[in-house]
Write a protein that binds this ligand. Structure first.
Ligand code: IPE
Ligand code: IPE
Ligand code: MG
Ligand code: MG
Ligand code: MG
Length: 307
């Protein structure tokens, strides 16, 4: 399929909600502060900064802060897990782009880390961002010891699922592949490689807010739906948008023979599934009432984004 600039269903210039810029500015400041690791050699420090501070949308940390608010918490108390989840995400992108995985040379409108530096530095910077993320959580600046342990468990589980999903996406698994039809296989891969970290981003915000079981359940159902939706939209962007708009190569999934929603279901059905998941996500938030409005506004953007 040839990428196009837009289709009637995917207008260009779909913007995030107005308050999103405020939340992202808070996140950017916190990431900048969280990156200082004096024991690293200068090359590694600058490689980590390159990977973590590029023009990312910061959607996962924003979800952490807004989920915290949706559960009645003060979003400033969720900044440490927000930074931790963004560091895991940045690590996942650096490794995803490596020649052994997706072999991409453009990310966030700039050369990927292994192109800008070299492959060894990219591998090691990914490793570093992973340990930095858990180090931040364990230091637990704004959390009680019990909360810190819960956050570490949450992020470790999601990181393991992300890596498992990347294995299925990249290397495959003969046993799993034989057992599942393509629609089920692509759902499992997407829920793991992308959905798990997004759901954990949401749950960590709820955990910091001290959410009770019913609120945590609502946020979990929200995170599961929005996490899967996120990767379906990413697949659609790969088919429908231009590299000059997205800042990363498009039209690459079909060329790399990836299992994607548009590839398995077709573009129309993939978009319908993203829409269904958006509705499911928003419905899941209903027990949270008005506190969840900013999260609902962000969900609409996540469903319609074109980059
Ligand atoms: C891209 O994620 C990788 C996926 C899991 C689909 P984003 O679209 O959130 O990437 P950035 O952080 O904004 O660059
Ligand atoms: C990335 O999925 C999932 C990760 C765990 C990083 P993609 O391979 O589709 O992400 P892009 O399109 O390269 O950003
Ligand atoms: Mg990939
Ligand atoms: Mg990729
Ligand atoms: Mg993609």
């Amino acid at each position: 399929m040839t990428p196009q600039t837009s289709t009637p269903n995917t207008p260009l210039g779909v913007d995030p909600p107005p308050h999103f810029a405020v939340v992202v500015a808070e996140v950017e400041r916190a990431i900048e502060q969280g990156l200082d690791e004096p024991s690293f050699p200068e090359t590694l420090r600058s490689a980590v900064r390159y990977a973590a501070l590029g023009a990312g949308k910061r959607l996962r940390p924003a979800l952490t802060l807004l989920a915290c608010e949706a559960c009645g918490g003060d979003r400033a108390t969720a900044l440490t897990p927000a930074v931790a989840v963004e560091l895991i995400h940045a690590f996942s992108l650096v490794h995803d782009d490596l020649p052994a995985l997706d072999n991409d040379e453009l990310r966030r409108g700039r050369p990927t880390l292994h192109v800008q530096y070299d492959e060894a530095t990219a591998i090691l910077a990914g490793d570093a961002m992973m340990s930095m993320a858990f180090g931040l959580l364990a230091a637990g600046e704004d959390a009680t010891p019990g909360t810190s342990a819960a956050l570490v468990r949450e992020l470790a589980r999601a990181t393991n699922r992300m890596i498992a999903g990347q294995v299925l996406d990249t290397v495959g698994d003969a046993a799993d592949g034989a057992a599942l039809d393509p629609a089920s296989a692509v759902r499992v891969i997407h829920a793991q490689k992308t959905g798990a970290l997004i759901c954990a981003a949401c749950r960590m915000g709820a955990i910091v807010a001290g959410a009770d079981a019913s609120r945590l359940d609502a946020i979990t159902r929200y995170g599961d739906a929005v996490g899967l939706m996120f990767q379906i939209v990413d697949d659609l962007i790969d088919v429908e948008q231009l590299e000059s708009h997205t800042g990363k190569k498009t039209g690459k999934d079909e060329a790399a023979d990836k299992l994607t929603y548009p590839g398995v279901l077709g573009v129309g059905a993939a978009r319908a599934e993203a829409h269904r998941l958006r509705e499911e996500a928003i419905r899941a938030l209903s027990p949270l009432g008005d506190d969840a409005q900013t999260l609902i506004d962000l969900t609409a953007y996540l469903a319609s984004r074109t980059r």
